[in-house]
Design a protein around this ligand. Structure first.
Ligand code: G4P
Length: 200
């Protein structure tokens, strides 16, 4: 997605060879116009998949997921990293290990919010090692719902997230695919605007 690549080049900061800071439009500040376009692009890529619900993870997944839900005219639910006062039991939960943060956390969604008849599109802001997406897939599987695919705003293609998801049979659509952050420079995988053909 050219617009997103332009945002990354213009407003992103390379913090190290492995980490890109995009706090002005995705992870802290949120750019509404960009989010609308992101929603439209995900909707275009998944419009034939009969998606009934979008599942994401708080907090940075919510904005792109919400805009996608609006474009696809479907429901949205976000997994919580901390249980709220009202989330006492009746939950689907999964453990997510973050290699970046070197810690595990439990994510949860109420059993009332996903049903076995749902066809779920998982949306997240970053794909690094794929652990967050695998945790969300675990929760969807517990509910008996099916996974239509995984939509990622920014994929770090030099990390194994895509491979970890595809080897488990899941389709991954990423709007920007970063091939390298070396030498303080963002490089993209060629043809990120194309739809990738998913092969089993
Ligand atoms: P994984 O799920 O793909 O395995 O990723 P990982 O554990 O490595 O990432 C943990 C957190 O760090 C996630 O956010 C993820 O989105 C974020 N992250 C990973 N790589 C980058 C990067 O290069 N740049 C930025 N800006 N974020 C990155 P989180 O803790 O869930 O944060 P939030 O959603 O509450 O904002």
């Amino acid at each position: 997605m050219k617009l997103l690549e332009n945002y990354i080049q213009q407003f992103g900061t390379v913090l190290s060879d492995g980490v890109l800071k995009v706090d002005t439009f995705l992870n802290h500040g949120i750019d509404p116009k960009l989010m609308v376009e992101i929603g439209k692009e995900f909707a275009e890529r998944f419009k034939k998949d009969n998606v009934t619900k979008i599942v994401t993870l708080e907090s940075s997944g919510i904005a792109p997921a919400l805009m996608t839900a609006l474009s696809l005219d479907c429901e949205i639910v976000f997994a919580r990293k901390r249980k709220s006062l009202t989330m006492i039991d009746h939950l689907y939960s999964a453990n997510v290990y973050s290699f970046t943060k070197q810690q595990s956390s439990e994510i949860s969604i109420s059993k009332d919010l996903i049903s076995g008849s749902d066809n779920i599109l998982i949306i997240d802001d970053f794909l690094a090692n794929g652990q967050a997406a695998l945790g969300l897939i675990d929760i969807v599987n517990q509910s008996g719902a099916s996974v239509a695919g995984i939509g990622i705003v920014i994929e770090k293609s030099f990390q194994p997230g895509r491979e970890n998801l595809e080897k488990n049979g899941y389709r991954v659509e990423s709007l920007a695919r970063i091939s390298s952050l070396e030498e303080n420079k963002v490089s993209f995988v060629q043809d990120t605007t194309e739809n990738y053909t998913f092969k089993h």
